[in-house]
Write a protein of this length. Structure first.
Length: 366
């Protein structure tokens, strides 16, 4: 079976990390090509961030599209997909189907198109998607994968005629790199006492990730005298939004830039925290689960499926500062208990990429 994975680029992000991990796992038995649409010679450090994590078994191709959306680009994408003669074309990220619409219309009889819904369904409520789901989805020219049970229920509630399934997201094994000891020493340097709790937040800077809530919450913890540190890893903090966030952060917050070895930081931190306004199934939350560290999150799609309140972490009751701070403080107060349970639960984690890829292959073959 030949599988074509289509995504805009391999920038540092959850969907991009997922495509790389899934491609690597699927390529153990199938031919896999990753086709990125945006020109990777523009800002190559960012757009090819995960390219070199691809297995040598995976073929990487770049279409070289510039920014903007027009008919010419739709035709270019159609020609590129047609030329691959793939059995499966797997679409990733919300706007990718717009570029692939001609390919879907003309090639669906010979090729199975599958789209993974990477965020909750609130992001798919624009006119294009309402028409897309009720025509192409209803005709089953595209088949859909939701990343969590909550995500799947929302999809079927809104578009019950679509052919869809739930495949819980997965992540490759969280393993230390040769930088593990250096990272351990770095994180230890942030601790002021033996009781200091180091929280890790990994996400790009943006409205979806709701980092105003994150920074405001740790400012409150600083004012209350809580012995905590927040380490932030992610792209986009050089933007106006990012600089504003870092400018208002208390002295307990440190921005570390983007990192290729996020796993080392996961394995050496005490807790993971997520402040998102909406999600599908956060890859970073999967990484935290597989690293055995407890997590604190807003009650977004994916997090509500993974975090068992008071066992492997805490969910805030809503998206307000008060309840998010309360969840963080509960995690601090009960750290030893939730840390032990999170560590035990990782051994039985269903969120491995091996299990995820097996289910994708089954869905592809149906």
């Amino acid at each position: 079976m030949k599988i074509l994975e289509v995504i805009f680029s391999l920038t540092p992000g959850g969907a991009e990390r997922f495509v790389v991990d899934l491609s690597n796992e699927l390529s153990k038995a199938d031919e896999v090509v990753v086709l990125t649409l945006k020109d990777d010679k523009v800002d190559p450090e960012n757009r090819t961030f995960y390219k070199f994590d691809l297995s040598t078994r995976v073929t990487y191709k770049n279409l070289g599209l510039d920014d903007g959306f027009n008919l010419k680009k739709i035709i270019q994408v159609y020609k590129a997909i047609r030329a691959e003669k793939a059995d499966i074309v797997h679409l990733n990220l919300r706007n990718v189907p717009k570029y692939c619409i001609l390919a879907i219309l003309l090639l669906h009889r010979k090729t199975k198109f599958v789209q993974t819904i990477h965020n909750d369904m609130s992001g798919y409520n624009e006119l294009f998607y309402r028409i897309y789901f009720e025509t192409i989805g209803r005709l089953k020219w595209v088949h859909y994968v939701a990343l969590s049970d909550t995500n799947y229920k929302d999809l079927k509630r809104m578009h019950r005629h679509t052919d869809a399934c739930c495949i819980v997201n997965g992540r490759a094994k969280v393993a230390p790199t040769d930088q593990f000891n250096n990272v351990k020493a770095e994180i230890e340097s942030y601790r002021e006492t033996a009781s200091t709790k180091v929280f890790l937040h990994v996400a790009r800077c943006g409205s979806q990730k709701n980092q105003d809530l994150l920074v405001d919450a740790f400012n409150v913890l600083e004012q209350k005298g809580q012995d905590v540190k927040l380490l932030i890893i992610g792209a986009g903090f050089d933007s106006e939004r990012g600089q504003r966030l870092l400018g208002k952060a208390a002295k307990n917050t440190f921005y570390l830039g983007t990192k290729k070895n996020v796993c080392d930081y996961m394995l050496n931190s005490d807790l993971f925290t997520l402040s998102s306004a909406y999600e599908g199934m956060p890859i970073t939350l999967l990484e935290a689960s597989l690293a055995g560290i407890p997590a604190v999150s807003t009650p977004v799609c994916g997090a509500v499926d993974m975090i068992v309140n008071g066992k492997n972490g805490y969910l805030s009751k809503d998206f307000t500062l008060e309840t998010y701070v309360e969840a963080l403080e509960n995690a601090i107060a009960n750290f030893d208990f939730i840390k032990n349970l999170a560590n035990e639960m990782k051994e039985k984690s269903p969120f491995t990429m091996e299990a995820c890829a097996r289910k994708y292959r089954q869905f592809f073959e149906q």
